[in-house]
Design a protein around this ligand. Structure first.
Ligand SMILES: NC(=O)c1ccc[n+]([C@@H]2O[C@H](COP(=O)([O-])OP(=O)(O)OC[C@H]3O[C@@H](n4cnc5c(N)ncnc54)[C@H](O)[C@@H]3O)[C@@H](O)[C@H]2O)c1
Length: 267
């Protein structure tokens, strides 16, 4: 598991060892509370030789490492574009059979909130970060089709113990539900190349996640159970016409200088 020291990785370090006792962790720096029972291999994803070294003897990869928000082009380029390419190339060279790639809702951020989308629509990234995740999905498809890796891209909504505002009532992903999606990616016999949404059972969902359900996904998180808290938090936030219109939220209004009256908005 790359990104082991990050927010998702830290939580999954609690949940995964019971399922995968031989879990190997990787990141730029070790998790602060690394225990003697854990197996950590340091690597910068931007360095192919280091990534090859961490792939040695590995059956499957959960790829959570990378720059996880909008950032300067060179930062995104190194961590997410070069880093994700290196990850797949190292996996191929070392005979890794399966990769689960942490994609993002920001690949689709410029779809308006009133549209419901599946995984068969054109990408509408809302940031350089979102572009890098579209790239990652494309590299995953290439390595599945050309080299026979089993690849699952999970377009994570927002990972956490509860949805924190109105937008996140639509896109929330409970940690235990991400574990289910990781298990599908690592274990399901029918995986060639899949794109799934990383969302719990959210009644306000904007996404058709039927493929995940076909593969056995049964999320236990229900966003509406946290509605009161999320809406109370939302009430404290200032209105943002661009962010509030699009699925990607604040990533859409960041650096936005198009004409708001002629924004792209399919029915
Ligand atoms: N948290 C979410 O809700 C969410 C939503 C959508 C997608 N994602 C994706 O899931 C993954 C994990 O998210 P997170 O919230 O834990 O992010 P995070 O920023 O907390 O953790 C990312 C980790 O990647 C590591 N990293 C960054 N650059 C690296 C490099 N060059 N080499 C090696 N490691 C590097 C960082 O050190 C960090 O520990 C990310 O890829 C993120 O884009 C997360």
């Amino acid at each position: 598991m790359t990104g082991a020291s990050g927010g998702v990785g830290t939580r999954l370090r609690e949940l995964l060892p019971a399922i995968y006792p031989d879990l190997v962790l990787s990141d730029l720096t070790p998790p602060a509370n690394l225990s003697s029972k854990e197996n950590f291999r340091q690597a910068d994803l931007a360095d192919l030789a280091s990534v090859e070294a961490i792939c040695e003897g590995v059956d499957g990869i959960l790829h959570f490492g990378g720059f996880s928000v909008e950032g300067p082009w060179d930062t995104i380029l190194q961590a997410n574009i070069i880093g994700t390419y290196n990850l797949f190339e190292a996996a191929r060279k070392k005979g890794v059979k399966r990769v689960v790639f942490a994609s993002s809702n920001h690949t689709m951020g410029f779809y308006p909130r009133h549209s419901r989308i599946g995984t068969d629509v054109t990408a509408r990234p809302d940031s350089r970060y979102g572009v890098s995740k579209v790239f990652g999905e494309a590299v995953g498809a290439l390595y599945a089709d050309k080299h026979g890796l089993s690849v699952t891209c999970v377009r994570i909504g927002n990972f956490g113990d509860q949805p924190l505002d109105q937008r996140r009532l639509s896109i929330w992903l409970k940690p235990e539900d991400l574990v289910q999606l990781c298990r599908i990616g690592l274990e399901h016999p029918d995986i060639h190349f899949e794109v799934l949404y990383g969302a719990s059972y959210n009644e306000r969902a904007w996404w058709d996640n039927s493929r995940a359900y076909e593969l056995g996904y049964r999320p236990i998180g229900r966003a509406e159970d946290h509605r009161a808290h999320a809406m109370a938090e939302q009430a404290k936030m200032p209105a943002d016409p661009v962010a509030d219109f699009y699925q990607g939220g604040a990533f859409c209004s960041l650096e936005f200088d198009a004409d708001q009256n002629s924004v792209w908005a399919p029915e």
